[in-house]
Design a protein around this ligand. Structure first.
Ligand SMILES: [Mg+2]
Length: 409
């Protein structure tokens, strides 16, 4: 299986930071967010409060004893939910595969997004900048080949950290890492492992599976894998498809481009991301929007509405491409965006007959491949080749050359 690129993002001292942003008088001060009851505990402490020993879960009295200047704020869930929603939406600009893990944490599968945005570090830097600019908040980001390690990586540097664990580093990293550092191994499991003389992940990974199975049952195998830094769990995007009003993606290009072929290639990748998301949500749309921002930041939008509901990437691409070709670009392009609106929610039904069914099946198979392997890197070259031959629309049966022989599950 191809190496995946998974990101875990964790907002720093989320509730307290949101309060500090909402009320500038709280900034730079020790702040603790509490519940509204009389006998309440600390939900989140600002980094200033943590510096004097205030921790999540402490009673208010205990926290006040540690920090005399502590400012208590009663938590406001609506404020945190609104900020969280805005941040999760922003993350969706980089991949449709966003798993909301908690109000201030998310996993992103970036495997298929790397060719479009550059490296995972580039995406992380953009996400950090946008969250800082839009919300005044910092986050810690971990990048790794799976969710277990991405979560571990984001924990390593706080606040405002960025930590990358490459596949080559995993074995050495796990060797001396205490098992309790892994998400999913709580105090109870750690104590049971200690009874077997297992304290480090290295020890856990080497421990005889039969003994682990006897002691932990079916979880034994999973524990051994965790010790080795292996985690095959997919990032599961949890989407309220019925609430989706539009499906769109845009990207700021690494450098301003004027070359039509490069613009087309980028447009196809965006259309592919939009199409994949539309298929995942079970929606079709009649209107395709194209957004272009020039190097001088002037931004224009165009749209076209056809007679038919669209969902396949090549149809969305063709419509966006038509809009683009009608334009005379007067400057290099800085940002491109494609969006599908006028949505109909019609589930995942396949057309029953003929050519339409064949195309839909082919698209489904391509999605399955792309979801697992992320084909954007190979797409890029193939698209340029195709453009030279004068064909503007990718065939539904088209496969990226590099993974022709892959079995689709
Ligand atoms: Mg957090």
């Amino acid at each position: 299986m191809k190496t995946r690129t998974i990101m875990h993002i964790d907002m720093n001292a989320f509730f307290a930071s949101v309060e500090q942003q909402a009320n500038p008088a709280l900034r730079g001060k020790p702040v603790a967010v509490t519940g509204s009851g009389a006998r309440t505990i600390i939900t989140t402490a600002s980094y200033e409060a943590r510096a004097c020993g205030v921790k999540t879960g402490m009673t208010v009295r205990e926290a006040q004893q540690r920090c005399r200047e502590l400012i208590l704020v009663v938590g406001d869930n609506r404020k945190y939910t609104a900020t969280s929603t805005a941040i999760m939406t922003l993350l969706g600009d980089y991949t449709p595969e966003v798993e909301v893990f908690s109000i201030d944490e998310a996993f992103l599968d970036l495997t298929a997004s790397l060719a479009l945005f550059g490296s995972a570090e580039t995406i992380a830097a953009r996400i950090k900048t946008r969250i800082r600019q839009n919300h005044g908040l910092t986050c810690s980001i971990g990048i790794a080949p799976n969710k277990l390690l991405a979560k571990l990586a984001s924990e390593m540097r706080k606040p405002d950290g960025l930590t990358v664990i490459t596949p080559g580093e995993v074995t050495a990293l796990m060797e001396h890492l205490p098992v309790s550092e892994l998400c999913g191994i709580g105090g109870k499991t750690a104590r049971q492992l200690a009874l077997l003389n297992i304290r480090s992940c290295g020890e856990l990974g080497r421990f005889p599976l039969a003994v682990l199975r006897k002691k932990f049952g079916i979880v034994g195998e999973r524990l051994q894998q965790m010790g080795r830094g292996i985690d095959t769990a997919p990032v599961v995007a949890d989407v309220d498809a019925a609430a989706v009003k539009s499906v769109g993606h845009s990207t700021t290009l690494d450098r301003d481009i004027s070359d039509p072929q490069q613009i087309h290639a980028c447009l196809l990748q965006l259309a592919e991301m939009v199409g994949r998301r539309a298929r995942r949500y079970g929606v079709t749309g009649r209107t395709v929007h194209l957004t272009i921002r020039y190097a001088d930041f002037t931004t224009f939008g165009w749209q076209t509405t056809g007679a038919r509901q669209l969902q396949r990437s090549e149809e969305i691409f063709a419509a966006a491409r038509q809009l683009l070709d009608a334009l005379v670009l007067t400057q290099p392009v800085r940002l491109l965006g494609v969006r599908l609106t006028g949505l109909q929610h019609n589930g995942m039904q396949l057309p029953l007959f003929g050519e339409e069914r064949r195309k839909a099946l082919a698209t489904g198979a391509m999605d399955a491949v792309n979801d697992r392997f992320g084909e954007f890197a190979v797409t890029f070259g193939s698209v340029l080749q195709r453009e030279k031959r004068g064909s503007y629309v990718i065939s539904p049966a088209w496969r990226p050359a590099g993974i022709r022989n892959v079995e689709v599950e």
